[in-house]
Design a protein around this ligand. Sequence first.
Ligand code: CUA
Length: 397
Amino acid sequence: MQRVGGIVKKSGPNGKDETDRLVSRRIGSAIIRSMSLPIVRICLVLLALCASNLFLGGILLAEEPTPGDTNAVPTLKTLQEDRNTLILDPESPPARTIAEVFYLVLGIVVAIFLLVFVPLVWMLFRFRMRKEDEGIEPPQIYGSNPIELAWTVGPAIIVFVLFLVTARSIFEIEAAVPPADAVHVRVIGHQWWWEYEYPEYGFITANELHAPLAKDGSPRPVYLDLESADVIHSFWLPQLSGKTDVIPGRVNHLWFAAEKPGWYKGQCAEYCGTQHAHMWLRVKSESDEDFSAWVKNEQRDASVDPSVVEGRTLFMKNACANCHTIRGTTAKGKFAPDLTHLMSRKTIASGILPNTRNYLLQWVRNPQTLKQGCNMPDMKLTQNEVKKVVDFLLTLQ
Ligand code: CUA
C-alpha cells in the first residue's frame, strides 16, 4: 500500500493496482447506504409500481373487448363497460400514427432505463464496500472529455430524432385532404355537453356523434370543426384521433375514420369547470344504411303525439323552451341540448347516464341530484308535472 498526495494506492495480491476497483466500491457502498433513506425507498416503490402498471396495462389491453354494438337498454354498468379510452388500441388512422410515435418513445426510454439500471445494479453488488476497504480513501477523479461529449451528443441526437418523427406525424395527420364522401360535423363545446351540427344534412344533435363506415365496410372519414360556446374544452377520442383543444373565438380541426362499427368513447380533456369529468364523448360508428336511416330520422321535425299534450304544454310554458330546441315546436332555445330526437340517444347528461324513463324522471325532477353544478336548475315542478313532461319527452323518438 502507498500514499500518493492523500490518496491511498493499494496493490492487489498479484501486485495489480486496485485503485479503480476501490473507487467503484466506494460509489457502490454510497448507493447502498442511500437506499436506507425513506425518500429513496419511496422512489424505488414508485418505480416498481410504474413498471408493473406497464405490464398490467398490457394485460388489460389484451382483455379489452372491441366496441360492440349493443341495442339493449343501457345501464350505468354497461355504459361504464363500453368505455375504452386506450390510445394503445387505435382504430383510426390518426390514432394509429400517434400510437406508433408512443411505441417509439417507449422503446427509446426503455433502452435508456436498461442502459442505466442494469450496470447500476451490477455495480451495487460487484463493488459493494468490504471489510478490507475500511479507512481507505479511493482516488477522486474529476472530468472526462470523451464521456461528457458522449452524454451530450447522444441525447441531443435522440431528441432530434424524436422531433423529426413527431413533426412528420403531425404534418401527415394535418395534411390529409377530405375525400368526396367525407362527413363534416361542426362541434361546439358547452359547459358541460357537446353540440353536433351536420351542415350537409341540416340538423343539430347533442352528445352522440354518428359516423358512417363506407359501403364496403372500410373507414369513411369524419372532419370536425371544433368551436366553443364558453370556455376552453378539449375534444379527445383516444381510439380515433389526437387530443385537440376547443377554444372560444377560433376554429380547430380534427379528423378520424373509425374502422369498426360500434361505440367509441372519449372525454373532454381540458378542465372546464365543475362537471368537466362528466363531459364524455360518444361516437357511434355504423353501416352506411344505419347512418342514412339515422340522418333521415334526425332531419324530421319532432313528432306530435296528442296523448302527451299536457306534458308538451308544460314544457313550452316553463323555462324549458328557453334553453332547449325541439324542432317543429315553439321551443327554440340554444343554450342546452337539442331534444328533437332525444329518445334516439342512448344516454343523457353528456354520455354519463342511461337514457331511460327513470333517469329522465330524476333528471327533470332535479338535475342537480345527478349532475351537480350543471346549468339546468331544479324547475320546482310537482311530481305529477314531472311525470307529464317525461311522458312528452319519451315521444321524441
Ligand atoms: Cu369540457 Cu372539460
